[in-house]
Design a protein around this ligand. Sequence first.
Ligand code: G6P
Length: 614
Amino acid sequence: MCGILGYAGGREATDLLLEGLRRLEYRGYDSAGLCLLDGPGIAVRKCAGRIDSLAQLVGASPVHGSTGISHTRWATHGEPTDANAHPHLDRSGKLALVHNGVVENYLEIRARLASKGHAFLSQTDSEVLAHLIGEHYDRLPPSPDRLLAAVRDALPEVTGTYGIAIVHADHTGEIVGARRGSPLVLGIGENEFLLSSDVTALVAHTRDVVYLNDHDLVWIADGSYQLTSLTRAQIDREVRKVEWDSEAAQRGDFAHFMLKEIFEQPASLENVMRGRLDWENCSARLGGLNMTPRELRQIDRIMIVACGTALHAGMVGEYLIEELAHLPVEVDFASEARYRNSPLDSRTLVFVVSQSGETADTLAAMREVQRKGLRALGICNVVGSTIARESDGGVYMHAGPEIGVAATKSFTSQVAVFALLGLLLGRLRHLTAPAGRDILEALQALPSQVSEILKYNDAIRAVAEKYAASSDMLFLGRQANYPIGLEGALKLKEISYIHADACPSAEIKHGVIALISPDFPAVIICPRDGVYEKNLSNLQEIKARKGRVIAVAHPDDKTVASMADDILPVPETHPIAQPILNVIPLQLFAYHIAVALGRDVDKPRNLAKSVTVE
Ligand code: G6P
């Protein structure tokens, strides 16, 4: 949610910042801006719209300098306009700030500053923050660390969240950064430093990074950097290597990142399972959980919290863990869990699931359970992300960077983690070795089965194009395939803007079937599993009301083929692994509908990849 990139070094920074912003654009894309310390002055260019609009503006009115900050915005306070775009200046016009997060007490600070004569040009909370820091700066005597001191003095007055980068016209070569609740990463290059909300913008320049923690301040100056806390304590933090290279974050020959990421799933599934299939014990190896078998056996309840797609993965996980380990599992929206007074005890194990590892509600829910003394484990993709660092252990997905706003490969990796977890917990309880072995075999076969589905891409596109004019769609499934239906509906909504809903197949009779008509098609997930016949009955109920049906089914399933209007083909596997296969055609289906409708697939309207505000 909003992207930040700053640069201080020996290179001309304008193009570098623009290029970095393009890599961050998936985080927010309603307006953008940059500023460079240009000789004795500060040059700001900003506008509503995408990075391309900013690049045009900079092309028409160039700026120079080798110290600068930049921002791509996802509006919270104030519409996406030129004035509300970042960077924002203080009253002196010499201090510029970019901000990610929400200043909750900005009205109060704004009123206080206004009474002292400050005039504001935007409706944003971020501009208030720039003025507040500027006010402190003006009060301080000249000193080499005056900018840092001003930031340190101002931040205790702020309630809310921030990841910020600040420059000042009198401090060429300097950037001050700070974080609370919004991510910030320092990139250490050769004689240069970068500061970003996301490593994606750094990997083209360096893979050596330092992740800031909440309440950290970073001061880049004189060709070096210093990390301190708000209370001035020096901080010594490890420099870490980013696993990804810049190529992994490129679109290559694919028309969209989303399509590339769908096609990466054979590899991302290999990666999530690498080293984790324990053939000797017919179980799974998840060392990162930091829990002994004895501790895992003592668990009598699991709670899973997440948002969006990650929540759907958790819902699939609920079925898988209950099936394999007979443990009660509860799944909740992180935004609800964080404010709920759910009875939790020391035998409850909490999993927080987050691709980015930065989602504000998920992070807050995790901190809430940790505050109550419970162990919270993370299932994350981004190495070094806040949830990954603050959790008590967990499982990395190793899916590589996911840029498309609509999550795809992260979902299948999350479900694979839950299958491994169910297997491990099951084998520590009643699951037999042969049953465990069957699951391992099914998991191992997944990458090649996903490749098989991807070969049907053209056929799936043809089906998608047939239904692209629909204004509504319904997704149905039973058991673990019900959340797969939810995920199929979410993909469609996010990127095509077609209204879609999902419910367990039999539930249609309790209301939803009233909507069925020839213009309201239904997608039913219909594998030949224990509830196959039941799903067939539901399919017939829709057909009897002249509804059109698209079935996710085996290509040789003649029964389904004779009933449904169209088939989205999937191979068959063990019921534990089947949901992972079933979601792939639904991802492609949504993708092709969005393309047919001319939507902006990778950057759908109103959305952002990483939601770091509440
Ligand atoms: C946003 C994204 C979704 C994602 C959700 C949770 O809404 O657009 O694709 O599922 O956040 O993100 P997380 O990084 O926590 O998995």
